[in-house]
Design a protein around this ligand. Structure first.
Ligand SMILES: [Zn+2]
Length: 138
């Protein structure tokens, strides 16, 4: 996610996460149809392709992520207004500071609630990519 966010900087990036039992082990970087610094929209064709892949692999859709190139990793009012997937985790990668900040949220009634997560599995050498590894949410 961090790598993707850096690649698209200064535009917002977005993508979809999959796995099973709240263990996220799949990431699909998608395009951002908005090509914007302040909002994102996963192209419908890419969304369909993602769900086709899930049906083949038997995995679940567990998360959606996007970046905040110049603001903090908390949901913007636009994120709150446009959130359409209350059953999945919602990840934000902030590149505001030198060190990327990755946070995870879940939709709770009418607002986002921050959720703790653990990173497990082999970690890349570069510490700044620690949070780009496999993730477990709960
Ligand atoms: Zn946002």
């Amino acid at each position: 996610m961090v790598e993707h966010a850096r690649r698209e900087y200064p535009l917002e990036c977005c993508g979809l996460l999959s796995g099973s039992d709240w263990n996220i082990d799949g990431i699909r970087a998608t395009g951002n149809q908005r090509q914007s610094r302040e909002e994102f929209f996963v192209p419908v064709e890419e969304l369909f392709a993602f769900f086709r892949g899930l049906r083949r692999s038997g995995k679940e859709h567990l998360g959606i992520y996007h970046s905040h190139p110049t603001s903090r990793s908390r949901p913007s009012s636009r994120d709150v207004a446009q959130f359409h997937y209350p059953d999945v985790s919602y990840w934000i990668v902030s590149l505001k500071e030198a060190e990327p900040d990755v946070r995870c949220f879940c939709w709770d009634q009418e607002d986002f609630r921050k959720v703790d997560f653990e990173v497990y599995g082999p970690l890349p050498q570069d510490r700044s990519f620690t949070k780009n590894g496999l993730k477990s949410v709960k």
